[in-house]
Write a protein that binds this ligand. Structure first.
Ligand code: BJW
Length: 247
């Protein structure tokens, strides 16, 4: 049982029904057993992300990159949403003006029940053809020999956003709009290092939002947020939902 104080301002903003924006990162899925990217025990410990998460890495060695993503798909399929995911789903169901923006590609927010998830960095469960075919959903756990190919013969890649690639402009624009409209921003489980996602809390703060960070560790955001709650998302989020008056 984690104990943390809820400031009067945070309580007031949770209770008053204004627009809430949640920005989530890999730490929110940590309690589902999925490794985060950075730090001790992270997926990138001892690995160079530039050899796995760039279009150049894929062009040079699609099989190695696909082995990484194939493993990630299998891990994600075996994982189940945790109390933090369930809490975000309850916020969406209990509030008209709740918006969820995630950097996660694992699909656990959707599996917890969130219907309107803005995915900044794409999805492990969508594939994109390097030819001209449409991007499509794919939930299969056996993709056959790696790297998989489209029916047209071209290589398929995971529809995720790698370093140096632009985010979908429409998705980013919506996220920035949510940030400007938000009364309260809950930033959970992200190292707040990767842009443009990391700029969203600052956009919101400058537009008048109250920013609360939920992370057992400090990040570059911690000093600028109004409150840093040093706890795990799975322990803190259910309590915030309770304070918001959502059963
Ligand atoms: C818990 C917990 C628990 C643990 N509870 N918490 C401005 C300044 C500097 C650089 C840039 C800039 N603008 C752009 C850049 C370059 C670059 C960038 O940001 N680099 C920085 C790293 C320096 N950005 C880009 O390249 C982006 N593209 C772009 O800007 O394009 C511009 C362009 C325009 C026009 C034409 C061309 C280009 C794209 C970024 C894409 C990021 N992609 C990845 C991989 C996705 C696919 C995959 O999943 O493999 O996204 S990288 C990786 O990092 C992944 C994540 O979504 C992202 C963020 O990581 P996250 O979620 O924060 O995880 P961690 O591991 O870092 O942190 C976990 C946290 O959880 C920790 O803090 C823990 O303490 C905490 N925690 N347990 C709560 N129980």
């Amino acid at each position: 049982m984690v104990s943390f104080a809820i400031s009067n301002e945070l309580r007031a903003r949770l209770e008053r029904g204004g627009p809430i924006l949640a920005l989530t990162g890999a730490g929110v899925s940590a309690e589902s057993g999925l490794a985060t990217f950075r730090g001790p025990g992270g997926m990138w410990e001892g690995r160079d992300p530039m050899e796995l998460a760039t279009p150049q890495a894929f062009a040079a060695d699609p099989e190695t990159v696909w082995r990484f993503y194939d493993w990630r798909r299998k891990q994600a399929a075996e994982a189940a949403p945790n109390p933090a995911h369930v809490a975000f789903a309850a916020l969406e169901q209990g509030r008209d003006s709740f918006r969820l923006v995630t950097q996660n590609v694992d699909g656990l927010h959707e599996r917890a029940g969130n219907r309107d998830v803005l995915r900044l960095h794409g999805s492990l469960w969508r594939l994109r053809c390097l030819g001209d075919c449409e991007e499509h959903d794919n939930l299969e756990l056996d993709l056959g020999p790696l790297p998989p190919r489209c029916a047209c013969g071209a290589l398929l890649r995971p529809a995720v956003v790698w370093f140096g690639e632009p985010l979908d402009p429409a998705v980013l624009h919506r996220a920035e709009q949510f940030a400007e409209e938000a009364d309260l921003v809950i930033v959970a489980g992200t190292s707040a290092l990767v842009y443009p996602a990391a700029a969203l809390p600052e956009i919101a703060r400058l537009a008048g939002a109250y920013v609360v960070e939920v992370n057992p560790e400090t990040t570059p955001l911690s000093e600028r947020a109004d409150v840093h709650i040093a706890g795990s998302a799975g322990a803190v989020l259910p309590r915030l939902v309770e304070v918001a008056g959502i059963a």
